[in-house]
Design a protein around this ligand. Structure first.
Ligand code: PAF
Length: 294
């Protein structure tokens, strides 16, 4: 019996302009493009996005770029995990066709002084929660994602639901630009329930056990919802009580109506509810969320 081994070679491009050309060539050939934007330090959550992009499109590409515009804290930017060598191996094994990188200058070639890049406001879904604790973060996300969308062009773009507010902001952007299609994919969790995040590698063993309290807090809010609780403040208190441990600093544990985003928690009984948590464990900031009504 003859065994056929298919060896696919992933193309690695060093600049957005090369990536733009490649994506445009693919479209001219009639291929459909799936795109996964990342900041590297890839984990199974990212790889699940690549698997989906691969399955739903004829070609798949990934960007790796740690966007300084979305870090309001310089130290967070400097300590953000980086492992390009391992990222490339994982992407090739996952069947990614092309990966591209770049630097800020390459993404904004028209700007001579990079401290003067025009930052795009995140828009109405950028208000509250992340905005309060990471001012400017979602503006920086929208600014780079607009460049990434322009680079890849018409495509399907895959985002993880863990960054819930980000998915709303980039969906608004795509609607305004007229492309791409946004696909929001479920959060991938460890067996303990801890949401996978590139930042998890920065947690000590003790901090990891503390971080594992976040998902049970979301589940407790869902239990309260299933028991008939519809008041944002009460659902919020349920989560905060679960997170009342030494070593966890809760930034927010709140509920929003995902279809009617408001900067502050809704004051009237909820029809739909997304519970969202941001907490600092040691020096690491983690976010997670859960839909309560589905
Ligand atoms: O979610 C991320 O990794 C980043 O915010 C993104 C979308 C790649 C933009 O830098």
């Amino acid at each position: 019996m003859q065994h056929v081994i298919l060896i696919t070679e992933m193309l690695q491009l060093e600049s957005p302009i090369d990536a733009e050309r490649w994506c445009s060539d693919q479209r001219h050939r009639g291929e459909t493009l799936g795109f996964v934007p990342t900041m590297g330090a890839l984990h199974k959550g990212h790889l699940s996005l690549v698997t989906r992009a691969r399955a739903e499109n004829s070609v798949c590409c990934v960007s790796i770029f740690i966007n300084p515009l979305q870090f309001e804290d310089r130290r967070d930017y400097e300590t953000y995990p980086r492992d390009t060598g391992s990222d490339l191996v994982l992407l090739e094994a996952q069947g990614c066709d092309m990966v591209f990188m770049g630097n800020l200058k390459q993404f904004f070639p028209e700007v001579s002084d990079l401290s003067k890049i025009d930052i795009l406001p995140a828009g109405p879904h950028g208000l509250g929660l992340e905005e309060k604790f990471r001012p400017g973060h979602l503006d920086g996300v929208r600014t780079i994602v607009e460049r990434l969308f322009r680079t890849v062009g018409v495509s399907r773009v895959y985002f993880g639901e863990k960054d819930f507010q980000q998915t709303l902001v980039v969906s608004d952007l795509a609607r305004e630009m007229g492309y791409p299609s946004i696909v929001v994919c479920p959060t991938v969790r460890e067996d303990s329930g801890l949401a996978l995040s590139s930042r998890n590698v920065l947690l000590s063993q003790d901090d990891k056990s503390r971080a594992e309290q976040i998902y049970p807090a979301l589940l407790a809010a869902r239990d309260a919802w299933l028991s008939g609780e519809r008041t944002a403040g009460v659902l919020s208190a349920v989560m905060t009580d679960c997170l009342n441990h030494d070593g966890i600093v809760v930034e927010y544990a709140e509920v929003r109506d995902p279809a009617r985003w408001t900067a502050e928690p809704p004051q009237t009984p909820l029809l739909r509810a997304q519970a969202l948590i941001a907490a600092r464990v040691g020096s690491v900031r983690l976010i997670d969320n859960l839909r309560l009504d589905q």
